[in-house]
Design a binder for this molecule. Structure first.
Ligand SMILES: Nc1ncnc2c1ncn2[C@@H]1O[C@H](COP(=O)(O)OP(=O)(O)OP(=O)(O)O)[C@@H](O)[C@H]1O
Length: 366
């Protein structure tokens, strides 16, 4: 399995410039809204045409601007699944899956007599737990059921590359989790290129082997979830891997960096790059400083005022006013509420002495 993408496409106010190579692995495109994730998939699927570049899947050239190659979407052995199902409304579930097979060009996919196609359609519906809905029309199914049928149709088409564009974002968390598990079952038995678009780092971690961080039409960095979480290389990488606290930064000395938006200087205990531009502090790397009281100085410990608290089921989200800055530069801290008495939880208006685990502070230059 291989995927080789090197494309550019310009619009008046947006430029896509993507280079992506992948082998037998599932790759997530992770990025904020409007960064070019869907456009990349649409170019690979052939529903958008890049201005220039190449797209090669398993040795087959889908697109090559220099060689004048541009296969039609039907000629490309790929399937693209969106969040909005896109089933044929006048066809039953089984007919929808069969239609996927008939769309397939010769040389790949499952073809055969009608009864064979129907038998195969049922087996794909079975994989996604909706075989009993084979005779129903999309209007007679829930959103989750329609998406299961759409997944069955996608797989039945036998594509070389499976592309998912936030397929579960319209579903509730229970259904989403169940479908993710089914997808993982499917991935474990098929050997296909998989591209999965998401803006959710956890979803990308669960479903993919490698994550590409997209920003402003480009892939800024790529790595395993572990690599990206431990050592993001860019501001976009820090934010997309869930780092809620980022600030512009300036090197103060060999091991000290100032977070300009917070008025705090950290000794990170390692060399600060001369071109450092941003620092990031993950909420879980902030702790109460039990050794010092408010007002006592200490390395990487600061007095911060609690501006606001809000509770979810298991955690209290605490917004902290840094020594400098306004409401936009507040620092987020999360405090576990399980097995903690309410008296111990931070309260609005109080000042706390907090220790920042500076060895975990993230430093990036762009
Ligand atoms: N046909 C078009 N004409 C002009 N601009 C376009 C066109 N298609 C896409 N764009 C622009 O390209 C950029 C990337 O769009 P794209 O749909 O790939 O974003 P995305 O990362 O998938 O976002 P989201 O997560 O919101 O779906 C956007 O700024 C969009 O406005």
């Amino acid at each position: 399995m291989s995927l080789d993408v090197d494309i550019r496409k310009r619009y008046d106010d947006f430029e896509l410039d993507v280079q992506l190579q992948a082998g037998s692995e599932r790759v997530a495109l992770l990025g904020a809204s409007g960064c070019g994730k869907s456009l990349t998939l649409r170019c690979i699927a052939g529903v958008e045409t890049p201005d220039e570049g190449r797209i090669v899947v398993d040795g087959i050239t889908f697109f090559d601007s220099c060689a004048g190659v541009n296969l039609s979407p039907q000629e490309r052995a790929c399937a693209l699944l969106f969040q909005n199902y896109q089933l044929f409304l006048h066809m039953t579930a089984e007919e929808n899956v069969c239609a996927g097979m008939r769309d397939v060009q010769s040389g790949w996919g499952m073809r055969g007599p009608a009864h064979d196609a129907r038998r195969r359609a049922r087996s794909f519906l079975q994989i996604f737990g909706v075989a009993e809905l084979a005779e129903r029309y999309p209007a007679q199914m829930s959103g989750g059921q329609q998406q299961r049928v759409a997944l069955a149709r996608m797989l039945a088409a036998g594509p070389q590359i499976l592309m998912f564009d936030e397929p579960f974002s319209a579903l509730d968390s229970y259904l989403k989790s169940a479908l993710e598990q089914t997808l993982l079952d499917v991935f474990s038995v098929i050997d296909r290129n998989v591209l999965y678009v998401s803006h959710d780092i956890d979803e990308a971690c669960r479903l993919c082997d490698r994550i590409c961080v997209m920003h402003n039409g480009r892939i800024e960095e790529s790595g395993t979830a572990h690599e990206l979480l431990a050592r993001p290389q860019t501001l976009a990488g820090m934010r997309l891997t869930g780092c809620k606290n980022t600030s512009r930064a300036r090197r103060v000395s060999a091991t000290e960096v100032e977070a300009l938006d917070w008025g705090m200087t950290f000794d990170v205990g390692r060399e600060v790059p001369s071109d450092v531009a941003y620092v990031g502090v993950r909420a879980r790397h902030i702790h109460r400083d039990h050794e010092r009281r408010v007002g006592e100085r200490g390395r990487n410990s600061f007095d911060v005022r609690v501006a606001r608290v809000s509770d979810s089921r298991f955690e209290r989200l605490v917004l902290l006013d840094p020594p400098l800055g306004d409401a936009r530069s507040r620092i987020q801290w999360k405090v576990d509420m399980v097995d903690v008495s309410r008296d111990e939880l931070p309260r609005e208006g109080e000042t706390l002495r907090l220790h920042f685990d500076a060895s975990k502070i993230l430093l990036v230059s762009r």
